[in-house]
Design a protein around this ligand. Structure first.
Ligand code: PLP
Length: 407
């Protein structure tokens, strides 16, 4: 394993392949990140050497599997600065974590007249759970408006967050605008009125140093697959008091303390939320991803990704006919853009013919598309294995697309 940013690309076998005769330039890490050999090997080693169910049997393999699974929890806790590993609940990903909070915490605590506050830039997974729980409980969903550059309007936040607010849900980094949101400031407003702060960390945890205490959050959800780990594993971190006052969502094996014919009591956190056989290999892979990112250094990764995002924004903005979205800087390592008169899906298809993988669509952010007044956008997103030469290829692909469409 190499442990520097400059040489890390060779740790990712997939980045050595070609697409349509061109060396692959992978600019879709906001959708899912590629996996370094260390993660692939950790998962393979787990299945080859230690595969067994966790927290159940007493044989050697079961002990090893349990130690690996709980070891991964400890690694994740240290990675985000959690006070205790028990505050880390393994989930399938960000979507599941946010749904757990909506169904386990909000459904239990909201009553008619209460307010839930979010923003128009949220991914559907940080919007629909709140729409649904408001509908079920009679609470009202309110929005912090955005400034014209796609940043959170703090004055709007101060107006909207008030005595009726019970929960504020906000992403730390927008998957479309690249906006880095002022979570600590919003959390302070939320706590001042006694509300709970829920943070969607899907795009921030993989790309920024995360210390949950400084963030001021009560809950933080993120996905392993966007931070070099496997798919199907994610994390819901919560303050212990908040997790304890939450109902479980999945009822069944291993989440109980005692069961009789008619009733059951729950195991302590986090087992209370991990009913059924968990994604053990996924957790092991996520632990390896955390080790890998930590060895490279999250501070260096954060600076690198921001630099690429800001550079790509400037370079794309300087191409005639290209519209870029969100603030120029500071921004995270992704840029959404459109080419005048060319559908983003066509853009992505021409890019693919040149070996450049980007995403096109509404990015699971339809209300944000409405705010931007577009149907969809193209999006290039960067990670530790990208460099400036990938931005050159991005700009070349833009020029090629324009030529292809006769512009
Ligand atoms: N929130 C944001 C900001 C995202 O970008 C994503 C995924 O793209 C999600 C939530 C959902 O993540 P997952 O699909 O891994 O549950």
């Amino acid at each position: 394993m190499t442990a520097t940013l400059a040489s890390c690309k060779r740790d990712f076998p997939i980045l050595g392949r070609e697409v349509h005769g061109h060396p692959l330039v992978y600019l879709d890490s906001a959708a899912t990140a590629q996996k370094p050999r260390a993660v692939l090997e950790a998962v393979r080693r787990y299945y080859e050497q230690s595969n067994a169910n966790v927290h159940r049997s007493v044989h050697t393999l079961a002990d090893e599997a349990t130690a690996l699974y709980e070891g991964a929890r400890q690694k994740v806790a240290a990675f985000i600065g959690a006070e205790r590993p028990e505050e880390v609940v393994f989930t399938r990903g960000t979507t599941e974590g946010l749904n757990f909070v909506a169904r386990g915490w909000a459904a239990r605590h909201l009553k008619p007249g209460d307010e839930v506050v979010t923003s128009p830039m949220e991914h559907h997974s940080n919007l629909i759970p709140w729409q649904q729980v408001c509908r079920q409980t009679g609470a009202r969903l309110r929005f912090i408006e955005l400034s014209p550059d796609g940043t959170i309007d703090l004055q709007s936040a101060a107006r909207v967050i008030g005595p009726k607010t019970r929960l504020v849900a906000l992403s730390a980094l927008s998957n479309v605008l690249g906006t880095i949101n002022p979570i600590a400031a919003i959390a302070e407003m939320a706590h001042a009125v006694g509300a709970v702060m829920v943070v969607d960390g899907a795009q921030s945890v993989p790309h920024q140093v995360t210390r949950v205490q400084e963030l001021g959050a009560d809950f933080l959800a993120f996905s392993g697959h966007k931070m070099c780990g496997p798919t199907g594993i994610g994390v819901l971190w919560g303050r212990m008091e908040r997790l304890e006052e939450m109902d479980p969502i999945l009822y069944g094996g291993e989440m109980i303390a005692y069961v009789s014919r008619d009733a059951a009591t729950w195991a302590a956190v986090p087992a209370k939320f991990e009913g059924g056989t968990p994604n053990i290999a996924g957790a092991v892979g996520l632990g390896a991803a955390v080790d890998y990112l930590t060895a490279i250094g999250m501070e260096a990764i954060e600076a690198h990704d921001r630099r690429l995002g800001e550079l790509a924004y400037r370079r794309l903005a300087s191409v005639p006919g290209v519209t870029v979205y969100g603030p120029p800087a500071p921004r995270g390592g992704l840029v959404a853009f459109n080419l005048a008169g060319i559908h983003p899906h066509d853009v992505a298809q021409v890019f693919d013919a040149h070996g450049v993988a980007i995403r096109a669509g509404h990015h699971c952010c339809q209300p944000l598309m409405q705010w931007l007044d577009v149907g969809s956008t193209a999006r290039a997103s960067f990670y530790l294995y990208n460099d400036e030469s990938d931005i050159d290829r991005l700009v070349e692909a833009v020029e090629a697309t324009k030529r292809y469409f006769g512009q």
